[in-house]
Design a binder for this molecule. Structure first.
Ligand SMILES: [Cu+2]
Length: 274
């Protein structure tokens, strides 16, 4: 097998780049992630698009090289001889080890930067805490600053939420698709002996509207129905709403679910259809 000429190599590289551009244009223009309604989600969508372009490049190089090899080195009709015995190619092997390593390192560093950005506390200190409690198959939202509780998640637009997530029975997962973030709620997240599973997530909804909190961890028969309303509104609307809500009941009414186990604890005195 003769070495490939420079001109052929350039042509193949050109074909790979052209294919990358075509695939990227199609894939990036598909709205995979749906509407963007939080500060964090924009960064996540950008990262997805960068990943799509890198993946398209790798895919295109493999496809072009494979198509060329199949076409160029195919057996002529009637050729029953064995293929040429070839030994490794050190330069090629170093290349196909180093380049993927660089790509993976880049993706790792970039993801870390984005994750740190979206998990950072808001610079302006405009932060509101909400304690989110999940149980089969309902959500409860406590507002420690306002001292109220609700089965709907209301938040003022543009305020960073610091959601403290807790589950009373089994694993659940908090997701508002338009906000982009998703995090598990772990029963017994504050473990005896000081062990702690990170159960805080930050998100800054910045588009007013009505959304759904969706449980995305298969948590039992009622999993598919485990949704709550999320309302992003103006600060004034939020304040007025908070005034009308029930006070957070004392510890004697709400079980903390300590000890865990299926069915531990009750939500509170209200029924779910209220
Ligand atoms: Cu659930």
């Amino acid at each position: 097998m003769k070495d490939m000429s420079k001109a052929t190599l350039l042509k193949l590289a050109g074909a790979a780049v052209a294919l990358t551009i075509v695939i990227s244009l199609v894939m990036v223009n598909i709205d995979w992630m749906g509407p963007v309604a939080s500060k964090e989600k924009a960064d996540i969508v950008t990262m997805l698009n960068v990943t799509i372009v890198i993946s398209s490049l790798v895919f295109s190089i493999v496809m072009v090289a494979m198509t060329y090899a199949i076409w160029k080195f195919r057996a002529k009709p009637g050729d029953e001889s064995d293929g040429e015995p070839i030994h490794g190619n050190t330069r090629l092997e170093i290349g196909w080890t180093a380049i993927p390593t660089l790509i993976v390192l880049f993706a790792g560093v970039y993801s870390t930067i984005v994750l740190n950005d979206i998990e950072a506390k808001a610079d302006d200190g405009n932060v509101m805490e909400v304690d989110v409690t999940a149980q089969q198959f309902a959500w409860r939202f406590d507002y420690p600053e306002q001292g109220v509780t609700s089965t709907e998640l209301h938040v003022p637009s543009g305020t960073q939420l610091e959601l403290h997530l807790n589950a009373l029975d089994v694993l659940h997962s908090f997701w508002v698709p338009e906000w982009g973030i998703k995090r598990d709620l772990v029963p017994g997240a504050d473990l005896p002996g000081g062990d702690h599973i990170d159960s805080t997530v930050r998100v800054t909804p910045d588009e007013e509207g009505v959304y759904s909190v969706v449980c995305t961890e298969l948590c039992g028969w009622g999993h598919a129905t485990m949704r709550a309303v999320a309302v992003v509104e103006t600060q004034e609307e939020f304040d007025a709403w908070a005034q009308d809500q029930t006070e957070i009941p004392g510890d004697d009414v709400v079980s903390t679910g300590a000890g865990g186990g299926k069915g531990a604890g009750t939500l509170d005195e209200r029924t779910l259809d209220e």
